[in-house]
Ligand binder design. Sequence first.
Ligand code: SF4
Length: 271
Amino acid sequence: MVDGKIFIGSSQSEWLPHMKLLELKKTIVYGPVNSRRLGKSLGINVIPFGKKVCSFDCVYCQYGRTAVLTLRPDAQGFPTVEEVGEALRQGMKEHQESVYVTFSGNGEPTLHPDFAELVDVVIESRDELLPNAQTAALSNGTALQFPDILEAMKKLDVPIIKLDAGNYDLFERINQPCEGASFEKLIEGSKALAKLRTQSVLFDGPLQNHIGQPLDDWISILSDLKPLEAQIYSTQRPVPDMNIKVIPPERLEEIAEEAGRKAGVEVNAYF
Ligand code: SF4
């Protein structure tokens, strides 16, 4: 999952063609990232360094196309629990200003073969070294269908689940999931998280999710899920599909107001 957006100007409506996609992380711990949504967030990348491993291949992903599209990746290349623990403790000692410790990085963090164990390590390290920080994860939610992942996500202070589409068809077209990553299971798993927050990337173009039926369906799902907060933003970095168009801040604010009113949920626009 992606974080730490860099906005290049409120009047910018499209990406400059020469701009490059974001480079994959080369370390386990990175940042702290000055995230608009999370403040100073120490990032934890538990995905192999050289490739994006994800159960989605989102049309707007800042890392480009998914190299390994699966829900069950081969364990080879993933950092061990010990390696993550060591890097994390070092990072926490060096960055006492961090207010969040967040699973994110080169893909979908819950696909790490020992994700549940990693959550325990993060919580224990936080309790000892950064007691005022909150633990978070930016996840696409597709692995919530697995009981161990669901239970691990429940332990985090701020589980944030991606929700870009309000219906199956749009989900397939925007997120381009791998086999087994179903919309129904994503919604079911999200409902089981008492501390659920959602994050949605809204965009314009031939494929869009910010007006008409796509917007109505998305608001309807929000109303059903009732997250503690729904975070919305638009694409703000170069994306693989040049047909994806950024939504300006004023439109995001309008959507936040409308969705909040209709769904009975706190919806915040970030830009
Ligand atoms: S969930 Fe989508 S945006 Fe996040 S890493 Fe995977 S493909 Fe990229």
